[in-house]
Ligand binder design. Structure first.
Ligand code: 3HC
Length: 341
């Protein structure tokens, strides 16, 4: 008697790297460093993560300016911790960028050479203590709106870095709002200081989300690749909708005569944004661009001896580890006699 062998379906043709990449994106799964990815995806991720990392690092400057002048010891301790958090965020992000095959050193040099950017928002001065409140409330608030979305972005190491960063940014946003609350409950002069800071930070915070979708060259591809799950305009609208009631609660006035609730759209309408000013700032001509870069370069140059010392130490350790272990008849201990380690 003959038996029919079990039917084995023919193996499907092996998916090409492009097909595998697209199917991971389509299924909402993460792209990991080991995965094949198109060069343009890799370059976009390097550009965006590096710009984000540089923003965290340069972003320490406007706030660092107030560490010595914070009004109380508690405020000073909180501000020091916040500025330190920003440095940490920069380091996570440089590490995420390094998984794409570029070193932190190379990225830093590209920033210094003007070949990479940092966020426009850090080119404005911090004139009063209320500016520190506005940076937390508005700047960190805008950053979180964007970064909660990025915690679901398609590149795994970037998405995972965002999870921890967002938790810390939420604390930053609350401490900023709490500074504003304290000021509006204070004297007439303190309330005026809070209003003045809001007047100066409102519009620069709105442009943090990038140009309008119609003028955003990277948005279509970034949406198709799951890098951006929402567009610049969608996130900007969400930020406005969330922030207007917070300003109302503070009793402050947002400096936009056209701002009003649109029942039909279910969103706030707002006045025109000065995009010429945005482009001027990101091209290097904002109020503090030169000062920020000069400070960054000075810190980099002054830290050269630390980097050299760390490299010399690492080279010595590597040479010691590579040297053959000396063979001896009698065991030699480097412990002082009679001391057990
Ligand atoms: N500041 C500086 N440059 C900006 C910018 C801004 N606010 N918004 C857009 N740009 C630049 C883009 O980098 C791009 O430059 P390129 O043409 O030279 O490549 C150009 O303007 C066109 O903009 P696109 O909208 O096409 O660019 P993207 O798709 O990259 O979108 C973005 C811009 C929304 C900022 C996006 O890059 C992003 O989500 N980045 C990650 C988040 C980030 O960098 N946040 C910075 C603030 S972090 C922070 O504030 C720290 C916290 O502690 C407060």
């Amino acid at each position: 008697m003959t038996t029919t062998p079990p039917f084995t379906p023919p193996a499907p043709p092996a998916a090409s790297p492009e097909e595998r990449f697209q199917s991971l994106i389509g299924a909402g799964e993460k792209i990991e460093p080991r995965d094949w990815m198109p060069d343009a995806y890799r370059n976009t991720m390097i550009r965006q993560i590096a710009q984000h990392a540089h923003s965290e690092v340069i972003g320490q400057q406007p706030e660092g300016n107030w560490i010595t002048r914070a009004p109380t010891l508690v405020r000073k301790a909180i501000l020091i911790a916040k500025v330190q958090d920003e440095a940490g965020h920069g380091l996570y992000l440089y590490s995420a960028a390094e998984t794409l095959g570029v070193s932190r050193h190379e990225l830093t040099e590209m920033l210094h050479a003007g070949r990479q950017k940092y966020s426009s928002i850090f080119n404005y001065p911090t004139l009063t203590w209320a500016d520190i409140g506005c940076i937390g409330w508005l700047v960190d608030g805008a950053a979180i709106t964007n970064q909660v979305m990025l915690s679901r972005t398609s590149y795994g190491p970037y998405a995972r870095a965002m999870v921890k960063i967002c938790k810390e940014e939420s604390f930053h946003q609350r401490q900023g709002y709490e500074i504003m609350l304290a000021l509006v409950k204070g004297t007439e002069a303190q309330r005026a200081m809070a209003q003045d800071a809001l007047n100066r930070w409102w519009w620069p915070s709105l442009v943090m989300f990038g140009p309008p979708d119609t003028d955003s060259p990277h948005t279509p591809e970034s949406v198709a690749w799951g890098i951006k799950l929402e567009t610049n305009d969608e996130l900007r609208q969400r930020f406005i909708d969330t922030t207007v009631p917070q300003a109302d609660h503070l009793g402050l006035t947002i400096p936009d005569a056209e701002l009003r609730w649109n029942e039909e759209r279910g969103h706030y309408d707002f006045g025109p944004i000065d995009w010429d000013d945005f482009w001027r700032v990101i091209r290097g001509d904002g109020p503090c661009n030169r000062e920020r870069m000069a400070h960054k370069l000075a810190a980099w140059n002054e830290g050269a001896w630390v980097r050299e010392a760390a490299q010399a130490h690492a080279a010595k350790r590597a040479a010691r580890a590579a040297a053959p272990t000396p063979v001896s008849d009698s065991p030699v201990s480097d412990s002082p006699a009679g001391v057990q380690r």
